[in-house]
Design a protein around this ligand. Structure first.
Ligand code: ADP
Ligand code: MG
Length: 679
């Protein structure tokens, strides 16, 4: 038996089971070994029921009074009583309808889960249970892995198979250099895989997790390094720094730059003066003033006779940037060398713009991503600025390189606060500037948590703001009722508030199902104050700047990630009008720690760190991007392990090691280097 052996050859795997395994992606022994447990239950510390304290507990008890009921549509409850010699405790499972059927009353079980006060009762909620005489539970250890159970696959089956493939685990070849394993104090790969599936003790499990987590981080960081090396091998056009030009621009601004802005632009000027291509990410909270930084970068590049592409995520934002850029260049001869190229531009006009780009009569071109698809014949493209994006993919960079004949400098701007640990790993190929200071002219935002049953006061406050000439956003998480999550729907909210709470005001509706031009039309109407209230899904999240808007209502706010809430909140309070953000909860229970955190904290970075800790990277980047961060064991909150992997990557490089000598790692690095496009 080896890694390639098909699982159908194992004892207890017939055609039916093999098919079930295959539908979870498990065909070979290798697949099975790579299917790490989702969690572990430590049955080595059993507590007597009479001694239970709130928290994670394990009991050895039998069940009685097993009952099930449906409370309302979509909510199924299984209840039972667990009994041991010392006492009884209630156990409850939500939406696990198979429980009642499977439990064998009177038989002894290990019961492991969270014990605490729920709905005014002390009980254990959603515990995992194992029959005490389950053979796989008895083997060697009482730390029992639970696997992700899909369809008819269950952990008992997977544990039995794992026992059979034990001989293969023991002989797994090493993937990392031996000096590195020694330096980092890791266990062998064979040991790690063995103990991740069959931990003999919690220390052995910890060592296995450390080894496998380390390897994941090492791969991601090597991939970032490879991308960086590749980018550095290309050449960009150097843009000489001209102090007079920068000073002249700054004196014409209607405000003074913050120190953070000054530091950032200085760094950019230093970068672009080199022929090594800049690949810099500027992170700054919403309203921290990133656009003027983009403008100043464009200024120096254009003054050097080169061209700039400024790419916004939507047409509306492209328009907005074009307006801003025109304003800040009003005193400069460059003002005649700026153009906006979007889908709305007429073909004849487009043709003219392209001609002017070819002979450098246009030097600053603003548009959306479509601009990169256009066959634009640049004269000399020196800089590409990408707004509201964390990073520009390797493939896209390569494409620009072929189009321009050299590598343009690249500047990404984002309002997503990226925690340091994440920046060091997946963003290792970027240089990062952080604008951690808001212009003092911002009025700021008050944040209030609102129970869904008492919104009257909130609507009263909104009316007042509208009467004073302000505008309001109302954000709903979903478009219609079809979603199982019973969250407020944008359409319904729109109907309701137009007829009731905000009757008489001009209300608009914006959601992702509208066509791009319809969306733009609604957004424009709001920007021009032809609408007082905008009911919207999260499509408004990015970048839009309507200075007159002062109210942000977020329905079912508890369903959003903190970073997302923070971004939404940043849409108001940008100018001289104080912003008011209302977080309406989806139910009337006491608000969670996360919700209290957002109400109490104005710092986007602190919130991002907290979100990363509580909900993982998906919370910050959205589920769509989550998969690209293929970390199954390593946690981005584990600073020590990240530091260790960084040291290892450095050592690997300074030793002149050849990655290709380590075939498996090399293949993973290659895969990861293609995945690192997070937008
Ligand atoms: P974001 O970082 O969210 O993209 P913007 O660049 O849109 O922010 O800037 C928000 C507003 O703040 C704009 O109206 C801009 O003119 C203004 N602004 C930028 N920098 C400063 C500053 N240093 N002092 C005062 N206002 C500023
Ligand atoms: Mg912006």
């Amino acid at each position: 038996m080896d890694m390639q052996t098909e699982l159908i050859n194992l004892k207890g795997v017939g055609n039916v089971v093999a098919e079930r395994l295959a539908s979870a992606g498990l065909v070979t022994v290798g697949d099975l070994l790579a299917y790490y447990p989702r969690r572990y239950d430590d049955y080595s510390h059993v507590t007597a029921i009479a001694q239970l304290r709130p928290g994670l507990v394990t009991l050895k008890a039998h069940f009685s009074e097993i009952k099930e009921r449906r409370v309302r549509r979509g909510l199924h409850i299984t209840e039972a009583v667990a009994n041991d010699d010392s006492g009884r405790v209630r156990v409850i499972w939500f939406n696990q309808p198979y429980r009642a059927k499977n439990i064998q009353a009177g038989k002894p079980y290990y019961i492991s889960g969270e014990f605490g006060l729920q709905q005014q009762r002390l009980q254990i909620v959603n515990p995992s249970i194992e029959l005490v005489n389950d053979e796989a539970v008895q083997v060697g250890t009482r730390i029992v892995p639970t696997y992700r159970e899909t369809g008819h696959l269950n952990s008992t089956l997977l544990r039995k198979l794992i026992l059979q493939v034990q001989p293969v685990m023991k002989t797994l070849p090493e993937t990392l250099p031996s000096w590195l394993i020694e330096q980092a104090g890791l266990v062998s790969r064979a040991d790690a895989i063995t103990h991740i599936h069959l931990p003999s003790s919690s220390d052995a499990l910890q060592a296995a997790r450390e080894r496998l987590g380390f390897e994941e981080l090492f791969v991601v960081m090597m991939a970032a390094q490879a991308n960086r090396d590749q980018a550095i091998r290309t050449e960009a056009l150097a843009v000489p720094f001209n102090k007079e030009i920068a000073l002249d621009f700054v004196t014409h601004l209607p405000f003074t730059l913050t120190d953070a802005q000054r530091k950032t632009i200085w760094q950019i000027y230093k970068d672009i003066a080199q022929t090594e291509p800049m690949n810099r990410l500027v992170e700054g909270d919403v309203g921290s003033g990133k656009t003027v930084i983009a403008a100043m970068a464009a200024l120096m590049v254009a003054e050097a006779g080169l061209q700039v592409a400024f790419i916004a995520p939507t047409e509306l934002l492209a328009q907005q940037h074009a307006d801003t850029i025109a304003k800040v260049f009003a005193h400069s001869p460059l003002k005649n060398k700026i153009a906006l190229l979007t889908g709305g531009v007429k073909t004849s006009q487009k043709k003219l713009i392209k001609e002017k780009l070819k002979d450098n009569r246009i030097q600053i071109l603003i548009g959306t991503h479509a601009l990169l698809q256009e066959s634009v014949d640049w004269h000399r493209l020196g800089l590409v600025i990408i707004d509201e994006q964390h990073r520009f993919g390797v493939a896209q960079r390569q494409k620009l390189f072929s189009a321009a004949g050299h590598m343009p400098h690249i500047l990404c701007l984002t309002a997503t606060p990226i925690p340091r640990s994440l920046a060091l790993t997946v963003y290792g190929e970027l240089d990062i500037s952080i604008i951690d200071q808001a212009p003092s002219t911002r009025a700021g935002v008050d944040t209030t948590i609102v129970s869904p049953n008492s919104t009257a006061q909130m609507y009263h406050a909104i009316q007042q703001q509208l009467t004073e000439g302000r505008q309001a956003y109302i954000v709903c998480p979903l478009i219609n009722e079809s979603d199982v999550l019973q969250v407020a729907s944008a359409e319904k909210t729109y109907q309701e508030i137009s007829k009731k709470q905000l009757k008489g005001w001009r209300v608009g509706l914006l959601h992702g199902r509208l066509k791009a031009d319809e969306k733009d039309a609604v957004m424009r109407a709001f920007a021009n104050h032809e609408l007082d209230v905008l009911v919207a899904t999260t499509v408004i999240e990015v970048g839009v700047d309507v200075a007159n808007a002062s109210v942000m209502v977020i329905q079912s706010a508890d369903r959003f990630g903190l970073a997302q809430l923070h971004q939404l909140r940043g849409r108001v309070g940008r100018a001289e009008h104080r912003g008011h953000c209302y977080l309406v909860m989806s139910d009337s229970q006491a608000p969670s720690k996360r919700m209290r955190a957002i109400a109490e904290t104005a710092n986007g970075f602190a919130l991002a760190e907290l979100d990363l800790e509580i909900r993982g990277p998906g919370a910050i980047y959205g589920t769509r991007q989550h998969g690209t961060l293929d970390l199954r064991i390593a946690k981005l909150t584990d600073a020590a392990l990240i530091a260790k992997a960084r040291v290892a990557v450095q050592s690997f490089i300074t030793r002149g090691e050849d990655l290709l000598q380590y075939k498996q790692i090399a293949a993973e690095v290659q895969r990861a280097s293609k995945l690192t496009y997070l937008n």
